[in-house]
Design a protein around this ligand. Structure first.
Ligand SMILES: NC(=O)c1ccc[n+]([C@@H]2O[C@H](COP(=O)([O-])OP(=O)(O)OC[C@H]3O[C@@H](n4cnc5c(N)ncnc54)[C@H](O)[C@@H]3O)[C@@H](O)[C@H]2O)c1
Length: 269
C-alpha cells in the first residue's frame, strides 16, 4: 500500500489549528478523509477553518481550548470522543514565540508563560490524549508534536523558546518508548522557517531576509509542506517510525553553511 487511504475516518485532535501550520495540517488531514477536531483559543478563526473543511466536503468540529489549562485540555479530548466516538491521533501544534533577548534579560513571568504553552501544553495533550487513544483501542494511534529546529539546536537570544522546544523533543522520545507496545507512535516535527502569523507584525522584507539567512535553499517553508509530513506520520505507511524528531527545514539543521566558489558554475547555464 503506497497511498494515504489508511488515514480515512481516523479521528484526530489538532491544537492551535485556527491558523498557520495547525490550519494547514487540519486542511490536509480533512482532504484525506480524517475526522478533524480543530482546537484553538481563537474561536472565530477556528470555526472558519471548520467551515472551509465542511465546504470542501470534509468532516470537522471546533472546540475552544487553551493548551496551558488542564481542564480545557481534558474537555477538548472528551469533546472529540463524545463527538466522534473515539480518538486515533493528536497533533500538539499550539505554540507561541518569545521576544528575542539574551537569557538573563527574560523575566520569570515570560519563562512561565512560554513553558506553560509550548511545553506543558504538549504534556497535557499527551496526558489526556494518550488515555483516550488507548481506551479507543486504536490499532494505529499517533501523536505528532510540533517542536522546532529550536528543539534540536541552540539559538542565540531564544533561550526560552529553545528550552521549551528541546523539552518537547525529550517528551516525544520518552513517550515513544512508553507507548510503542500499545500501537501508538510518537514523533516530533521540527520546522525551520515557515511564513505564518507567529512572525507577528514583522515586515515581509525582514522575514524574507531572515529566511535567506537561515534557509539553505533561500526560501520560506510553505505550511502545506508540514501538512504533507504530518499526513505521512498519521498514515499506516509510517507505523515503524516512532521517537523521531524529523527536521523539515531545507537542511538548515544539518550543519553549518561554508561559502565556497564553484570551479565550474557554467554547469548551471
Ligand atoms: N512558523 C514557523 O516558522 C515555525 C517554526 C518552528 C516551529 N513552529 C511551531 O509550529 C507551531 C505552530 O506555529 P505557527 O507558526 O503556525 O504559529 P501561528 O501563530 O500562525 O499559529 C498558532 C496558533 O496557536 C494558537 N494558540 C496560541 N496559544 C494557544 C494556546 N495557549 N492554546 C491553544 N492555542 C493557542 C493561536 O491562536 C494560533 O491559531 C508552534 O508550536 C510553533 O512553535 C513554527
Amino acid at each position: 500500500m503506497t497511498d494515504f487511504t489508511s488515514v480515512k475516518d481516523k479521528v484526530v485532535v489538532i491544537t492551535g489549528a485556527a491558523d498557520g501550520l495547525g490550519e494547514a495540517i487540519a486542511l490536509c488531514f480533512a482532504e484525506n478523509g480524517m475526522k478533524v477536531v480543530v482546537s484553538d483559543i481563537n474561536a472565530e478563526k477556528g470555526n472558519k477553518v471548520v467551515e472551509i473543511i465542511k465546504s470542501n466536503g470534509g468532516e470537522a468540529s471546533f472546540v475552544r481550548a487553551d493548551v496551558s489549562n488542564e481542564q480545557d485540555v481534558k474537555e477538548m479530548i472528551d469533546f472529540a470522543v463524545k463527538t466522534y466516538g473515539r480518538l486515533d491521533g493528536l497533533v500538539n501544534n499550539a505554540g507561541i514565540a518569545a521576544a528575542n533577548r539574551p537569557t538573563h534579560e527574560y523575566s520569570v513571568s515570560e519563562f512561565d508563560r512560554i513553558t506553560a504553552i509550548d511545553l506543558k501544553g504538549v504534556f497535557l495533550g499527551m496526558k489526556f490524549g494518550v488515555e483516550a487513544i488507548l481506551k479507543s483501542k486504536s490499532s494505529s494511534g499517533f501523536i505528532i508534536n510540533i517542536a522546532s529546529m529550536a528543539g534540536l539546536l541552540g539559538n542565540s537570544s531564544m533561550g526560552l523558546y529553545t528550552s521549551a522546544k528541546h523539552g518537547v523533543v525529550g517528551l516525544t522520545k520518552s513517550a515513544a518508548l512508553d507507548y510503542a507496545p500499545y500501537n501508538i507512535t510518537v514523533n516530533a516535527i521540527c520546522p525551520g522557517t515557515f511564513r505564518t502569523s507567529i512572525w507577528g507584525q514583522a515586515p515581509e522584507e525582514h522575514v524574507q531576509e531572515y529566511a535567506k539567512m537561515l534557509s539553505p535553499n533561500g526560501r520560506l517553508g510553505d505550511p502545506k509542506e508540514i501538512g504533507h509530513l504530518a499526513l505521512f506520520l498519521a498514515s499506516n505507511l509510517a507505523r515503524y517510525i516512532s521517537g523521531s524528531a524529523i527536521s523539515i527545514d531545507a537542511g538548515s539543521s544539518a550543519g553549518k553553511l561554508t561559502p565556497a566558489k564553484w570551479t565550474h558554475p557554467e554547469i548551471l547555464d
